[in-house]
Design a protein around this ligand. Structure first.
Ligand code: T1G
Length: 692
């Protein structure tokens, strides 16, 4: 059963038991109604308690059921809540740990609510592109007030139960054992009549129109492409402008609209995609993990310093190693500066600042890092340098230590073979700035042990990264795909576009930054260095030479105050460059290419489908475990727009046959060889299937 029924004296207790978070799926909803019916028919029962087993009261409706018949099958959550509210015996919600979404709405339908301290209370539906659809927008304002309710619903942010005990949301804060407190409370109120109903309360807020208008304006400004936040405001407004049942109907209508939107489906896709990424078919969830109590980082440069900060933030001591005192001092000073800046912005307390800085030690001796449980090298991206470092690490690191490389493209198997313990070697590819970017590509070598993988995945969650496992190939998942994206960007310049048009087109599509602004930020010389290697390794792969011509002018981007764009001192704004645009136009002429007008739609198709096509190969080769992993890479590491769900999700929404048709059209144009449709993509399109 997904809810247990048990009578304690004169109190019937219904315990939700649907691990992991007591999602209110159909079976659970049915069991609740069954329990209420039993309690109603048992004359010995004078009051009813509803609570949750395990680590949640309830995490809300079962998102896995959305857009499936079960979600709307009776008893719906509305029906369950009505059954609770219309019970002729008092129903008390005994809340602990997590009470969110439909779980909170269920509690709001109860006559009373008692709660443990520290419980996370939220209506987070907006984060899934929807809004509370079972009365939350109408009941919450009636117990915590219009403003608090609006903030909670529009942000979706949890509030600790202690902060709400003075509101009508809770009747008692139970400091000790929750069940004991709930049973005592239930006995005390057993005979109290009339039964208090949240729906009978009124929302009182003087001059609410002005507040609501201000809220609309504020939310409109921050919601971007997501429709849900503004609809949350409208739904909450109904709690004061409409009668209760009209407000419920209005909320329901808005919910039904939102749950069908692509934006909501994209957010739900990302929610599950984030969690699925930590699961590997061949690494059991109960794989024993190695204990990581201390970390060493080799290299105190930009990457090494950023990597170190992730562990300091998680309270894990770090020893950072450099070969020269000056570099070590500079690296440590940068870490301190970063924390000082965060503290200045009020995002870090002095106490946390001191604690984090107390956890970092600098050294120039490999011998001093030998006892670390994990060592991550962030040295120069050159196999010779990696070889020297890993041979040294193999010598000094204690048995069982995990040896990780922050390489962004090099062969992790080759690196592992520099050691006598390849099973302990793994790739941990952080993205710059490493203490900010959420993505962590975890590169599993052929020899990487399963417990090393499981440990690294769990550690990525602890340092608040989205860990995505990649197999070994050139560029792993993200950079291998961005390679094709950049190729198309270069061809577009040759054929008629200028950097600003391409960037604007993809930024309008929703990317945080277009390819050329991104190149200027990351450094155009990085791509240049990789292309030079490619020209030798894969001479058959064609590239536009525009990016090389740019680098030959020394225009590496912001770091040289000139790249695809011009930059002014102290100003990070990208100004179109006459020098570069003339160079591009001249290069087309030198190639005998007649430049033509290219639409924004074509720009977006060619850049995004280049990602999708390469991703299909990555999936087919087993480099990525699943399509949603690839989406998570692009959503958390490459600025792909969240409301479009990632490249694979987006391709699914376009329809794979449409993607293939567009690619076949481009295959007839210049550099058509770049549009070889990936076999997996062709197969799925032909079979009417999707990636996800
Ligand atoms: N439905 C289905 N599965 C859920 C779930 C949910 N609501 N919440 C979590 N899971 C799964 C999750 O996929 C993972 O599965 C496991 O539980 C542990 O999650 C009408 C319609 C509750 C704070 O948005 O915020 O109610 O990977 O790793 O870190 O108005 O999960 O193990 O197979 O996140 O301890 C509104 C979403 C739903 C809450 C727990 N509720 N969940 O965090 O564990 S819409 C939410 C969370 C709704 C009504 C509407 C968190 C958590 P697996 P986890 P955690």
């Amino acid at each position: 059963m997904t809810a247990e029924y048990k009578v304690h004296g004169a109190v019937a207790v219904i315990t939700l038991n649907n691990p992991p978070v007591n999602g209110l799926g159909l079976a659970t909803r049915t069991a609740i109604v069954e329990g209420l019916r039993q309690a109603q028919h048992d004359a010995a029962v004078k009051s009813i308690v509803i609570t949750g087993a395990g680590k949640a009261f309830s995490g809300g409706a079962d998102i896995k059921e959305f857009n499936s018949p079960k979600a709307l099958a009776e008893p719906t959550l509305h029906t369950v809540i009505a059954a609770v509210e219309n019970s002729d015996k008092p129903v008390i919600a005994a809340i602990h740990t997590v009470c969110m979404g439909g779980g909170l709405e269920l509690a709001l339908g109860c006559h009373y609510r008692v709660v443990s301290p520290g419980a996370q209370i939220a209506l987070p539906e907006v984060k899934l592109g929807i809004l509370p659809g079972a009365g939350g927008t109408q009941r919450l304002p009636r117990v915590v007030g219009l403003e608090m309710a609006l903030n909670m619903i529009v942000s979706g942010t949890p509030v600790a139960s202690e902060k709400l005990v003075k509101t009508k949301l809770f009747d008692e804060l139970v400091e000790g054992d929750l069940m004991t407190g709930a049973l005592n409370f239930a006995e005390r109120v057993a005979a109290t009549r009339p039964l208090p109903k949240v729906r009978d309360l009124k929302v009182d807020y003087p001059n609410y129109e002005a507040f609501l208008q201000f809220s609309r304006n504020t939310v409109k400004a921050m919601a971007g492409p997501f429709p849900a936040p503004l609809k949350c405001v409208e739904a909450v407004a109904a709690s004061i402008t409409k009668k209760f049942d009209d407000g419920i109907a209005f909320e329901r209508a808005l919910f039904v609209d939102l749950v069908q939107t692509t934006e909501s489906k994209a957010l739900r896709h990302a929610f599950f995609g984030e969690r699925a990424a930590s699961k590997l078919p061949d690494v059991p969830a109960d794989t024993p993990m190695r204990s990581i109590k201390s970390v060493a980082v080799i290299g105190a440069g930009t990457m090494g310093g950023g990597i170190a900060m992730n562990f300091l933030n998680a309270g894990i001591p770090v020893t950072i190693l450099e070969m020269k005192q000056e570099a070590l001092d500079k690296g440590l000073a940068t870490i301190r500066k970063n924390y000082e800046n965060t503290m200045k912005k009020g995002k870090l307390t002095q106490e946390k600042f001191d604690q984090r800085l107390s956890l970092i030690t600098g050294t120039m001796s490999y011998e001093e890092i030998g006892q670390a449980d994990l060592v991550i090298e962030a040295v120069f991206e050159d196999m010779g340098v990696k070889e020297t470092v890993f041979k040294k690490l193999d010598e000094v690191m204690k048995p069982g230590a995990i040896l990780a490389s922050n390489t962004s493209t090099l062969d992790v198997d080759q690196i592992a073979n520099f050691t006598k313990r390849p099973q302990d070697v793994i790739g941990t590819h952080f993205f710059s700035p490493a203490n900010v970017m959420k993505l962590l590509e975890i590169v599993r070598g052929k020899a990487t042990a399963k417990d090393v993988l499981a440990t690294t995945l769990a550690l990525s969650k602890k340092i608040k990264k989205t860990g995505v496992v990649s197999g070994v190939c050139d560029g792993f998942i993200g950079n291998r795909m961005i390679e094709q994206y950049s190729r198309q960007a270069g061809f577009l310049l040759e054929q008629g576009c200028l950097p600003e048009q391409v960037d604007k087109a993809v930024e309008k599509f929703g990317f945080a930054m277009g390819p050329f602004r991104m190149g200027d930020l990351a450094g155009n010389d990085i791509g240049w260095y990789i292309r030079k290697r490619r020209y030798v390794e894969k001479p058959e792969v064609t590239y536009s030479k525009t990016a090389d011509l740019l680098c030959e002018l020394g225009r590496f981007g912001q770091k040289t105050s000139a790249g695809w764009y011009d930059y002014k001192p102290g100003d990070r704004k990208a100004y179109p460059s006459t020098v570069v645009n003339d160079m591009i136009i001249k290069h087309s002429a030198d190639l005998g290419i007649e430049r033509k007008k290219i639409s924004d739609a074509e720009i977006v198709e060619r850049l995004v489908y280049a990602l999708v096509n390469e991703a299909a190969n990555i999936l087919d080769e087993g480099i990525a475990t699943r399509a949603s992993d690839i989406d998570m890479v692009y959503l958390t590491g490459y600025g792909f727009p969240l409301f479009r769900g990632g490249p694979m999700f987006y391709a699914d929404t376009v329809g794979l046959p449409n993607v293939v048709m567009a690619m076949e059209k481009y295959a007839k144009g210049p550099h058509g060889e770049a549009w070889q449709v990936a076999p997996l993509l062709a197969r799925l399109a032909a079979e009417g299937k999707t990636f996800n």
